[in-house]
Design a protein around this ligand. Structure first.
Ligand code: ASP
Length: 316
């Protein structure tokens, strides 16, 4: 009984200012990433392969803050974070502050499988990816005109020149996926450009195993989105797993409790999770969260706001 759940971050456009074309582009991006991941699971592939493929597809899509379309830091550069975790043996790999890796999630998997590290950062992460023969790109590859505008507005805000509040979409976002395969394996992957105008060298929760990303067979796989500092302090993804594992809590209540705690912190937050029985959760406290799921019966659904989550198609 396989299933796949993805998110494209809790940093969404306010509904009122989302053009019909951009809205559709984001939903199509979610659908396409789900199809790519499902193709892996359908072929008897591992949950690990499915989350890597789905996140790589989201990294390649300009609507989301990861890979192509990532936000710019205070220096006007891109520094990318990503992680992947295999629930079979809790092996994990992550990269932080990478500058030239086309698909950070693929590099994270290589860290897991071909190095003796869990987390590689900055120039060390780029050098490792290069040694591995991964696709390397110039910083320009990641930049879109929209992100350049977001960066300029953040700069104006810092200088006290901005007359209106910036939207969540202008500030942050992330992509992530969790999956359960037919063998009962769980896996999770997350990738992000972090926060617009973040301090150079700032690392969020995404590549911190147990904060923004966690998976453990028999328990749960989790991928988070929102201001990473809160997730790191709470150890959110691992905390969800611990409550299920040690207390036997059900997924819906622990996922909702995690978001309620982050709400108390004042953090705009969301997450996707799947447990060992194939129950899924996609809670968020923000106006929207780009999200999508394929249930065990092949029903593919996507949505962004509270009331637009709907079946798009049924896959074989
Ligand atoms: N969690 C990401 C970070 O703090 C941002 C996000 O998910 O919106 O880098």
């Amino acid at each position: 009984m396989a299933c796949l759940v993805i998110h494209g971050g809790a940093g969404t456009m306010p509904r009122a200012s989302f053009s019909a074309q951009s809205y559709q582009q984001a939903r199509d991006g979610l659908r396409d990433a789900l199809r790519v991941g499902w193709a892996m699971l359908g072929k008897g592939g591992l949950a690990l392969d499915a989350v890597e493929a789905a996140v790589a597809a989201l990294e390649n899509h300009p609507s989301f803050n990861a890979g192509h379309g990532a936000v710019l830091n205070a220096a006007g550069d891109h520094e990318l974070d990503a992680a992947i975790m295999d629930g079979r043996d809790r092996r994990a790999g992550a990269i932080a502050s990478a500058r030239a890796i086309r698909n950070p999630v693929i590099a994270a998997r290589r860290v897991m499988e071909d190095s003796d590290c869990v987390l590689l950062s900055a120039s060390g992460a780029d050098a490792f990816a290069r040694e591995q023969g991964l696709d390397m790109v110039d910083q320009d590859y990641f930049t879109t005109e929209l992100r350049r505008q977001h960066w300029l507005r953040a700069k104006e805000e810092k200088a006290g020149l901005l007359t209106r509040a910036r939207s969540e979409a202008e500030k942050h976002g992330t992509v992530g996926a969790v999956a359960l395969d037919n063998l009962g394996n769980l896996a999770s992957a997350t990738s992000t450009g972090g926060y617009t105008y973040k301090r150079v060298g700032r690392v969020g929760d995404t590549p911190v195993i147990g904060a923004g990303t966690y998976a453990c067979n028999g328990v749960v796989a989790v991928s988070c989105t929102g201001l990473g500092e809160y997730f790191i302090r709470r150890g959110t993804a691992h905390d969800i797993a611990a409550r299920i594992r040690y207390r036997g809590d059900d997924l819906a209540s622990v996922a909702n409790a995690a978001i309620a705690e982050l709400t108390e912190d004042g953090c705009g937050a969301g997450l996707v999770a799947v447990d060992a029985a194939g129950n899924i959760a996609m809670p968020h406290n923000t106006e929207g969260m780009y999200r999508g799921a394929i249930a065990a019966d092949g029903t593919l659904s996507t949505g962004i706001y509270a009331d637009d989550f709907a079946v798009v198609e049924r896959l074989a």
